[in-house]
Write a protein that binds this ligand. Structure first.
Ligand SMILES: [Zn+2]
Length: 334
């Protein structure tokens, strides 16, 4: 049976993105795979009154089951209200949809937004596939994110060894032909917790930490000039906080040279036409770091609630920090 996202209390991205582009901030897009992560996202969003995009990836659907995740998102809307957030603005979004069928099933099932990722296809095929998804999704007022350009890195089942930047000369034609609502671009962000090899980075002489290469803001500017006011999306935008990497490594982990996008670069991007910033790895690192530390400090604990509670608290702290200090979306959904 078909379900409309409005019946579930969800919203699509249209109005949210228009406001974000105008207001010079970005909406957080956080992936979730389990209850504690979802609780942390909703607590952080409700507390800061930030609109939020709940993202479901192919890996999440394989791990947790698509049906269960959708009902969890529906529950999240009610939970947000219970937390005192009168008008929660929550989007349920398919991350990296890989086919028309996957996107259609999500639209039919109550998602309010879908991504069709045809970025690995030849240009004309990307246009054709995206157009087909848009035609279907727009019948139900579901918004569609498309992608041009290729990000490096590994995210669930999406991976590419090398990136190539989005070509600014293609974006007008692409948006016009596909009628997509937002466009994910490649300007040097990357999926996963190992965004750059040590060879691509320099080293901070004081701390010895890796300093990643800067994002290609010239490409972003050129795209903005071609598509004034059009919503732009950045994937692979975790900053891989070194405190969490250290927490993992101190308590038995082995994450050598994990490095992400510096937050000041993301802050700068959020002030531009970039209105959706995807963050997944940072939550994984916060959760794993907190669990490792807790179990190391408390070797006798075996009740998952004992270590998932501090993990949830650490994730929430991280989400609140991103919303307030990086994206600037706090107070935008009262
Ligand atoms: Zn992505």
């Amino acid at each position: 049976m078909k379900v409309s996202f409005t019946e579930l209390g969800l919203v699509n991205t249209r109005e949210m993105f228009a406001k974000a582009v105008k207001g010079g901030y970005a909406i957080p897009a956080f992936n979730f795979n389990n209850m504690e992560q979802l609780q942390a996202i909703i607590q952080a969003s409700a507390e800061t009154k930030s609109p939020v995009i709940l993202q479901v990836s192919k890996g999440a659907r394989n791990y947790a089951n698509q049906t269960l995740l959708r009902y969890m998102a529906q529950g999240a809307v009610e939970y947000a209200k219970e937390l005192g957030w009168k008008k929660p603005q929550i989007v349920l979004h398919l991350d990296h949809g890989d086919s028309f069928e996957t996107c259609k099933s999500c639209v039919d099932f109550g998602f309010s937004s879908v991504m069709i990722d045809g970025s690995a296809l030849p240009y004309d095929e990307n246009v054709k596939l995206t157009r087909k998804v848009v035609n279907y999704a727009h019948k139900f007022d579901v918004t569609v994110e498309a992608e041009l350009g290729v990000l490096a890195g590994v995210e669930d089942e999406v991976s590419a060894a090398e990136s190539h930047y989005t070509r600014p000369e293609e974006v007008i034609d692409f948006v016009k032909k596909t009628k997509c609502d937002s466009l994910a671009i490649s300007i040097g962000t990357s999926h996963g917790a190992y965004k750059f090899t040590p060879e691509q980075c320099t080293r901070d002489p004081q701390t010895g930490r890796l300093v990643p290469p800067p994002l290609a803001f010239d490409v972003l500017k050129a795209i903005e000039k071609k598509l004034p006011g059009f919503p732009i999306v950045l994937h692979g935008s975790s900053s891989v906080p070194q405190e969490y990497v250290d927490m993992c490594n101190t308590y038995g982990g082995n994450l050598p040279n994990a490095v992400g996008i510096p937050e000041e670069q993301l802050r700068k991007a959020a002030k531009s036409a970039v209105c959706k910033i995807n963050i997944d790895s940072d939550s994984r690192l916060a959760m794993t770091g907190a669990i490792r530390k807790h179990l190391s400090d408390n070797p006798g604990h075996f009740d998952p609630r004992q270590y998932l509670k501090p993990a949830r608290e650490e994730m929430k702290k991280m989400y609140v920090h991103k919303i307030i200090n990086v994206l600037g979306s706090n107070g935008k959904a009262r």
